[in-house]
Design a protein around this ligand. Structure first.
Ligand SMILES: [Ca+2]
Ligand SMILES: [Ca+2]
Length: 440
């Protein structure tokens, strides 16, 4: 407490001087200045977010946990609209060679070429089902997708051995007896790239619940070869939300499985009686972004309650707090029942946004096309209709920049292509695929 007060006073002094960060102590300010300099910034260091917080009485656990310094990269780029007419695209996944896999939420998977030619829906994916199920998908023998609410065909990821095994993994909300749930399937892209074969479901989040909310779900392979799946709490305040803290439920968890769906023996709760062996971490609300950094560490963003969006650094077996330790408030403006913002044994977010950005999709930039952006984490913003760039240093956010806000589109996913460009899809009925490349 004393330390943060000192930091605050220091910040006030620095604002008066007009040279440093408003939400850091001396060290944070210095770091930010260096970061800004390395990004060729010309703007003064002041927090990017200046709107009133939804929960202004809540205080960060450490300096720089929210409202980081605004930074401005002196980067000249062009945005090319590669494709239009995509219906609520949810994922863009670069293929070797430059083409891109795209999912559309109602149940279509397509390849868009590097030149922007939109291919037909790939067959064999997800069959047409009955009862509230999209008729947009192809044929096959699996339980159907349900495209209700936030559900549908969600993320897609390539096998780490894709060039050899042509295998892809996708997440979707599965129509089941009594409701729906997030499931993950795998299949092999045929040589002509028109169909998937050897398709099977390898993971089903349980329990099933009957609504169309908080399915998660990003898929990311770690350097350990394991598939990480991020899940949501299915929203219901009394029925499903508390399960984010329960080890006998997949809801509100990050899952770690082998590529065949089995649970690795070294998972943190694999040997614990009554716990589901696939669980890696717990206490999450609704995670729609997952990215590994260059050191092989997993970072996620999750949709918080009002004023509680988070960036987290994920560590094996840890508890990330929802819904008992969290920032933000209910959508109604009421406090989240019995919640506190900090408690020993619960991992605080590396960073939080109040007001929220509604984060979906994330990518650490590692390419050569934009040297100034190397190491930055790019995050899609839905409600905020922008691409968020955060500068991460020593496990802290030391700078934030918002890009592409002028386009006014909900950004659902961002990925780095094989050419070093960034690829973005927008969550619109007439959704777009953008390529962000150095200005010619
Ligand atoms: Ca993906
Ligand atoms: Ca949390």
């Amino acid at each position: 407490m004393e330390k943060s007060q000192t930091a605050f006073l220091m910040a006030v002094v620095l604002i008066v001087v007009g040279t440093a960060c408003a939400h850091g102590g001396r060290d944070a300010a210095k770091t930010s200045a260096q970061t800004a300099a390395s990004s060729n910034s010309t703007s003064p260091c002041a927090p990017l977010e200046t709107r009133t917080a939804n929960a202004p009485e809540q205080k960060p656990a450490f300096a720089g946990q929210t409202r980081a310094c605004g930074v401005k990269s002196d980067v000249a780029f062009d945005v090319t609209v590669l494709a239009k007419g995509l219906e609520h695209p949810w994922a863009v996944e670069p293929l070797p060679g430059g083409d891109l896999l795209i999912t559309e939420k109602p149940g279509r998977l397509r390849i868009v070429s590097s030149k922007g030619e939109v291919g037909p829906p790939i067959g064999g994916l997800l069959p047409v089902g009955s009862g509230g199920v999209s008729d947009a998908s192809g044929q096959g023998g699996l339980p159907p997708i349900t495209a209700r609410g936030q559900g549908g065909l969600l993320d897609v990821a390539l096998s780490p051995n894709f060039s050899r095994d042509r295998t892809i993994f996708w997440s979707f909300s599965e129509q089941r007896e009594g409701g729906s749930g997030t499931s993950v399937a795998r299949g092999r892209l045929t040589e002509d790239r028109r169909n998937l074969d050897q398709v099977r479901i390898i993971f089903r989040a349980l329990p099933t619940y009957n609504n169309g909310l908080h399915f998660g779900s990003r898929l990311a392979f770690g350097p350990d070869g394991m598939l990480y799946i991020t899940l949501g709490d299915r929203f219901d305040k009394t029925t499903t939300r508390p399960q984010a803290q329960h080890l006998n439920s997949h809801l509100g968890k990050i899952i770690r499985i082998n590529a065949d769906g089995s649970a690795p023996a070294d998972n943190p709760f694999a040997k614990q009686s009554g716990a589901l062996p696939e669980i890696w971490t717990l206490g999450h609300r609704n995670i729609q972004a997952a990215a590994f950094d260059e050191r092989g560490r997993l970072w996620t963003t999750e949709h918080g309650a009002k004023g509680g969006d988070e960036l987290n650094l994920i560590e094996r077996g840890k508890n990330y707090g929802w819904p008992v330790v969290t920032y933000g408030e209910e959508y109604s403006g009421e406090a989240i029942p019995n919640a506190v913002t900090e408690r020993e044994g619960y991992v605080p977010p590396v960073y939080y946004w109040d007001p929220v950005i509604a984060p979906s999709g994330a990518q650490f930039y590692t390419g050569d096309a934009f040297p100034q952006w190397r190491g930055s984490l790019f995050i899609g913003g839905l409600v905020s209709t922008r691409l968020v760039r955060v500068v991460v240093k020593d496990n802290r956010v030391v700078g934030e920049e918002h890009l592409l806000a002028d386009r006014g589109q909900r950004i659902r996913d961002v990925r780095q292509g094989t050419d070093g460009a960034l690829y973005v899809v927008t969550d619109e009925a007439d959704g777009e695929l953008w390529r962000i490349a150095p200005r010619r």
